[in-house]
Design a protein around this ligand. Structure first.
Ligand code: KG4
Ligand code: ZN
Length: 332
C-alpha cells in the first residue's frame, strides 16, 4: 500500500510517503526560527506557518518518493493530541486531498505513532516503552502491536519541556534539549545537587516542575553571588540533565521489572539525546535485557511515523469511521 502521511500537531510541518513498511520520503519543515525568540511554541504562529508550508511539504514528499498523487492509496494524518489550530491545518489539507483523490482518510494518534516508531527495531513480544518528548513523558507496556497499556505519565511538565525551560533560564535558546545536551557534555554533573522528583513514588508517574523551580532558585542565587560564567552553565546543564535522566532511567527499569519484561524501547524527541540513550542502554545491558531506540529521524516529530502506523493498522483490518474531527486532547 502507498500512503501519504501528514503531521502538524506542534511546530513541525511534515509529510512522508511510505510503501510496504518502507519510508520513501520523510520531509520535515521546522519552524524553530519562528518560535525561538519566544522561548517556546506560539500556537498562532505555528498554525500560520503550517498553512504556508503544508502544500510545499506534500509536493516535496511526493517528489522525493518519486510517487504521483494518483498512485496514493490512502492519506494518514495526525488527529491529536496537539495544538488545535495546528492540527486543523494538517487535517484540513489531508481531508481535501483524500476527497479530491477519493482515498480513505486515516486518523492517527500522535503518541501511538511515537510509541510504535521503535517497534520494528525491538521486535520483542512484550516491552516497556518510554516516550519522552516536549509534550509528553509516558511509560507504556506493549504486549504486542496494538495491545498497549499506559503505566504512567507526567503530572506537570514533560521532560523535554523541562529541558527547554532550563535552557531558557540559562539563556541557551530554543529548543533547549539539544542545547542542554551539548553544554552538559563539558560539565560536571556532580557539582549541583538537584532533586530526583518522584523517584520513589511507588507508581510510574513523573513530575518535573519542582526540579525546574529548584534550577530557577539556583540560577537566581548564582547570578546574585557570582554570575553565570560558561563553566557554571555547563555544570548546571550536566547536573540538571543528570537529575532528569536518573528519574527517567530508574523508573523505566523498575517499570519493566514490575511488568516482567526484559526489553525496553525509547522514543520521542528527547530520545535524540545521546546521554539518555547511552544510560538506558547501559542499564538494560547490565540486566541482560534488550534495548531499542527509535531511529533519530523518527524521534522528533515527523510524518513517516504517522504513515507507517496507519499502514500497519490498515493491513490488520482497521477501518476508521468516515466522520471525525481533530482531537486536541485525545487520550490513547
Ligand atoms: O517529539 P518532539 O519533536 O515533539 C513533541 O511531540 O513534543 O520533541 C521535542 C522535544 C523538545 O522538548 C526538545 O528540546 C527535545 O524534544 N529534544 C531533545 C533533544 N532533541 C530534541 N532533548 C534532549 N536532547 C536532545 N538532543
Ligand atoms: Zn511528538
Amino acid at each position: 500500500m502507498t500512503l501519504l502521511g501528514l503531521e502538524t500537531s506542534c511546530d513541525e510541518t511534515a509529510a512522508s510517503v511510505v510503501r510496504g513498511g518502507k519510508i520513501l520520503s520523510n520531509v520535515v519543515s521546522t519552524q524553530v526560527e519562528w518560535h525561538a525568540p519566544h522561548g517556546g511554541v506560539v500556537p498562532e504562529v505555528a498554525s500560520r506557518q503550517h498553512l504556508r508550508r503544508v502544500d510545499g511539504v506534500v509536493v516535496e514528499a511526493l517528489k522525493q518518493a518519486d510517487v504521483t498523487a494518483q498512485e496514493l492509496e490512502a492519506i494518514a494524518v495526525t488527529r491529536g493530541p496537539g495544538l488545535p489550530s495546528a492540527l486543523l491545518v494538517g487535517v484540513s489539507a489531508a481531508r481535501g486531498l483524500a476527497t479530491r483523490l477519493n482515498l480513505p482518510l486515516l486518523p492517527v494518534h500522535h503518541i501511538e505513532a511515537h510509541l510504535y516508531s521503535v517497534e520494528e527495531t525491538i521486535a520483542a513480544s512484550s516491552f516497556v516503552a518510554l516516550v519522552v518528548s516536549g509534550g509528553h513523558t509516558l511509560l507504556w507496556h506493549v504486549e504486542r502491536f496494538g495491545c498497549h497499556r499506559r503505566l504512567g505519565g507526567t503530572a506537570d511538565d514533560a521532560a523535554g519541556e523541562a529541558l527547554d525551560k532550563a535552557a531558557q533560564l540559562m539563556g541557551l535558546g530554543y529548543p533547549g534539549g539539544p542545547a542542554v545536551e551539548s553544554a552538559a557534555r563539558m560539565g560536571n554533573a556532580q557539582r549541583y545537587d538537584f532533586p530526583r522528583p518522584m523517584l520513589d513514588s511507588g507508581d510510574w508517574n513523573f513530575s518535573f516542575s519542582g526540579l525546574k523551580s529548584s534550577l530557577r532558585r539556583t540560577v537566581i542565587d548564582l547570578k546574585k553571588r557570582e554570575g553565570l560564567s560558561p563553566n557554571v552553565v555547563t555544570d548546571l546543564c550536566a547536573s540538571f540533565q543528570a537529575a532528569v535522566f536518573d528519574v527517567l532511567v530508574e523508573k523505566t527499569v523498575r517499570a519493566a521489572r514490575s511488568c516482567g519484561v526484559s526489553a525496553v524501547a525509547l522514543a520521542g524527541g528527547v530520545a535524540c539525546n545521546q546521554e539518555l540513550r547511552r544510560r538506558l542502554e547501559k542499564a538494560c545491558k547490565g540486566l541482560g535485557w534488550r534495548f531499542a531506540c527509535a531511529d533519530k529521524m523518527l524521534c522528533t516529530d515527523n510524518a513517516a511515523m504517522v504513515a507507517l502506523l496507519a499502514e500497519k493498522k490498515w493491513a490488520l483490518g482497521w477501518r476508521p469511521e468516515k466522520q471525525w474531527d481533530i482531537a486536541p486532547d485525545w487520550v490513547l
